[in-house]
Design a protein around this ligand. Structure first.
Ligand SMILES: C[S@@+](CC[C@H](N)C(=O)[O-])C[C@H]1O[C@@H](n2cnc3c(N)ncnc32)[C@H](O)[C@@H]1O
Length: 295
């Protein structure tokens, strides 16, 4: 999938950091045990590991699962080095192949007393095969998979009272500024194109909240975590110009074929790319962070 390009995911990091709901995060951190067992669905480049450490979680186990083997290889290569540069003590472990059909038990590396492994595979299968986890994380993930299966799989992976943290869950709002006459048509067609893909839900955030409210556990906290990317002093922070170029490309790719296209799309895209070059484009995506406690 196109979103899974390592540079896109790394460029998304500074945008996510601004967006996270601190209220939801605080509720999560105060509810975590000292040495949690963590399973992350769609772990991407492994950015949750430094986040756990920043919350004081420096012991326990973390296992990240992603379907994209390139992303998993990138996380294994880049994350230990980045953690070392940030001043953490990291020990890497030799990778021995597991026998066919078995999961490797050794971690990829240990940072402080936290054992970390990244694995390629389907995260829904991994959740369904897991049990007794203290924490399941699914960041920028719930809008990509069937929600009913995700909710059941998350709950089955958790111990009684375990936590599910689902930040950056897209909820069907895409805004570009300054105003353009084709904005409404482009947004409508872009969202419809996402919705047409099997298992996808463009309003995953609100529908996930609905489903979690109906479960036997408790939706402990929900907060908005809108991405807001805007130029400051004529430029974009970190690698966010690249991030925006990818977002425009996602729109172009989604609406690329004649059937799905929108009158004025070429002119809309050309204008948005000029605004990006000029450091004048603003982008907002509406999202929620959710925290659920299993019964
Ligand atoms: C939008 S990215 C988010 C990555 C990471 N959580 C982050 O926020 O930086 C979604 C990730 O989910 C992965 N993915 C999509 N469907 C998956 C599935 N069924 N099982 C595991 N990973 C999946 C993609 O390969 C991609 O890396």
């Amino acid at each position: 999938m196109t979103h899974a390009l390592p540079r896109y995911l790394e460029s998304k990091h500074s945008v996510d950091e601004r967006a996270f709901s601190r209220r939801v995060q605080d509720r999560l951190v105060e509810s975590l045990p000292a040495e949690p067992t963590v399973l992350e669905a769609g772990c991407g480049t492994g950015v949750t590991v430094p986040r756990l450490l920043s919350w004081g979680v420096d012991a326990g186990t973390y296992r990240g699962v992603d379907t994209d083997e390139c992303i998993v290889a990138f996380a294994r290569r880049v994350r230990p080095a980045a953690l070392r540069r940030a001043g953490h003590s990291v020990t890497e472990h030799a990778r021995a192949a597991a026998p066919d059909g078995e999961r490797r038990s050794a971690p990829d590396f240990t940072v402080a007393d936290l054992s970390v492994s990244f694995e390629s595979g389907d995260a829904l299968d991994a959740l369904e095969a897991a049990s007794d986890r203290d924490l399941v994380v699914a960041q920028a993930f719930a809008d990509l998979v069937p929600l009913d299966r995700l909710v059941s799989a998350v709950e089955s992976a958790l111990r009684p009272g375990g936590l599910a943290y689902l930040p950056i869950t897209f909820d069907g709002g895409t805004i570009f500024q300054p105003d353009h006459p084709a904005d409404e048509a482009v947004e409508r067609a872009y969202h419809a194109a996402i919705d047409r893909r099997p298992g996808r839900d463009v309003r995953a955030g609100r529908h996930l909240a609905d489903r979690l409210r109906r479960r036997d556990g408790e939706l402990l906290s929900i907060g908005s975590s809108d991405w807001i990317v805007r130029p400051t002093d004529g430029g974009y922070p970190a690698d966010e110009r690249y991030f925006l170029s990818r977002i425009l490309q996602f729109v172009a790719d989604s609406l690329g074929d004649a059937e799905r296209s929108v009158d004025g799309l070429d002119s809309w895209l050309a204008t948005r790319r000029e605004q990006l070059d000029a450091g004048d484009l603003v982008y907002v995506a509406h999202q929620y962070d959710l925290l659920y406690r299993a019964p």
